[in-house]
Design a protein around this ligand. Sequence first.
Ligand SMILES: CC(C)(COP(=O)(O)OP(=O)(O)OC[C@H]1O[C@@H](n2cnc3c(N)ncnc32)[C@H](O)[C@@H]1OP(=O)(O)O)[C@@H](O)C(=O)NCCC(=O)NCCS
Length: 161
Amino acid sequence: MMIRLAERADLPAINAIYNHYVLHSTCTLDEDLMSEAERDAWFELHRGSYPATVGVIDNEVVAWASLSKYRSRCAYRFTVENSVYVREDRQRRGIGGAMLADLIERAKELDVHSIVAGIEAGQEGSIVLHEQHGFVTTAHLREVGFKFRQWLDVVFMQRMM
Ligand SMILES: CC(C)(COP(=O)(O)OP(=O)(O)OC[C@H]1O[C@@H](n2cnc3c(N)ncnc32)[C@H](O)[C@@H]1OP(=O)(O)O)[C@@H](O)C(=O)NCCC(=O)NCCS
């Protein structure tokens, strides 16, 4: 797999990977499909100091990952939030791990002090994956989400750089 910065032409594939999980999983607390325009706006925020990457196999985008602003207030500027999404038919082949490892290397170059991952508490695979890459759970919020007619806890994991 080749991992590179995302380009505008990758946005439909990125959105298709993401929107599958919007419809079928609590790994994202989005309930509405992300539109093309929303994905464009996301891309504009991820083509400078906050990177978005794609994993490509045989010219096909099979995963994406990003570092995003954690919060808008200035003093949070050394903290970022990460995302990693692997196409549903390509899970458990080491792709998510490779995407996350690459993201951490990019964070090292960007003067990041801490990476935060907000993960729905039932996403055991995602929690284990982040643990394998040096994240530890630093907060557990009770029933802050409500999707598919159930209350959802969210854990915050952090990797200090
Ligand atoms: C979480 C996710 C990124 C993992 O990607 P992946 O390519 O399947 O993960 P990998 O193959 O690199 O797995 C690495 C390790 O993580 C753990 N892991 C991953 N998925 C797991 C699962 N469903 N259950 C238990 N452990 C899991 C395992 O220890 C695995 O190693 P192993 O396969 O040798 O046992 C992927 O399942 C995904 O895109 N899920 C939906 C989106 C999401 O939850 N993203 C994270 C929130 S930001």
